[in-house]
Design a protein. Structure first.
Length: 279
């Protein structure tokens, strides 16, 4: 009896091979390799200046590597434009929310999703096509809890609401890989809880790469972690194991505050994300 053929393993959603970026004598990202499966929940952490945001820039296409390759779902995108990467499924939020203040909350999402909509031509001139875009945008606003504010000018939103709008804009393209650059920065505890609930409810078809300074967010969301120091990978592994690694602890002690640490008020446990007050 002929055995049934085994299915070929799925291509990783993201495959970075020896990625390097230099700025003059400074090597911001140094020989970084990383393979992530579809649906991954992965965090990139490290001391200030470790190369975390530069790595996201390289993946998103806003910067170019000096060496190495970037493969998205089996397609080499190392030299691809940001627009092509977006069409292939990469979306990103930023440290500073990317919001058009003059537009309504709804139209920010209509505009963000427009390049990905199958009936995008003439959408702003055709009332029926605009309604289709608006219906899709409204669903994303519902996801992030902004549906009731859809027709308000984006300029009236609080910082936390602008963060949620930026996330909705990233989701509007139905991404397969979502890049988040410090999404919890400046949020209240309540907003962080809502952010975690939203990200935790995303389907497994969406992989997440997260740069974050709140260890509790990393511990709650990420199942795996890459720790960078001076542009190089110290360790990649399951979240608790990576955070507990001796080299990781040494790196933070030697280079400054740990991501999520509050040095003036308390010390953050790298494994649990809890903060103990100092006497």
């Amino acid at each position: 009896m002929t055995p049934a053929p085994t299915a070929a393993p799925a291509a990783p959603v993201l495959d970075l091979d020896r990625l390097t970026r230099r700025y003059g004598s400074l090597t911001a990202v140094d020989d970084v390799s990383l393979r992530l499966p579809a649906g991954a929940r992965h965090a990139v952490i490290g001391p200030n200046g470790a190369g975390k945001t530069t790595l996201l820039n390289l993946i998103a296409g806003t910067d170019r590597p000096d060496r190495g390759t970037i493969v998205l779902n089996g397609t080499d995108v190392t030299r691809a434009s940001t627009a092509r990467r977006s069409r292939l499924g990469i979306a990103r939020s930023f440290q500073q929310p990317s919001v058009i203040s003059e537009l309504t909350v709804l139209d920010n999402i209509v505009l963000a999703g427009w390049p990905h909509h199958p009936k995008r031509r003439g959408a702003w001139r055709s009332p029926s096509r605009y309604r289709q875009h608006a219906e899709s945008a409204a669903q994303h606003l519902e996801t992030v809890g902004l549906a009731d504010l859809a027709h308000r000018p984006a300029s009236t939103l609080s910082h936390g609401q602008r963060r949620m709008l930026d996330l909705a804009a990233a989701l509007a393209g139905d991404p397969r890989l979502l890049l988040l650059d410090e999404p919890a920065a400046g949020l209240t505890d309540g907003d962080i809880g809502r952010l975690l609930a939203i990200l935790g409810a995303l389907p497994a078809s969406v992989a997440i790469v997260l740069v974050e300074h709140h260890v509790e967010v990393v511990a709650e969301l990420a199942t795996s972690v890459t720790v960078l120091a001076a542009g190089r990978v110290l360790v990649t592994g399951p979240t608790r194991e990576a955070l507990a690694h001796p080299e990781v602890r040494d790196a933070y002690h030697n280079t400054g505050p740990m991501a999520g640490e509050e040095p003036e008020h308390g010390a953050t446990d790298l494994v649990t994300g809890t903060t103990e007050a100092r006497g």
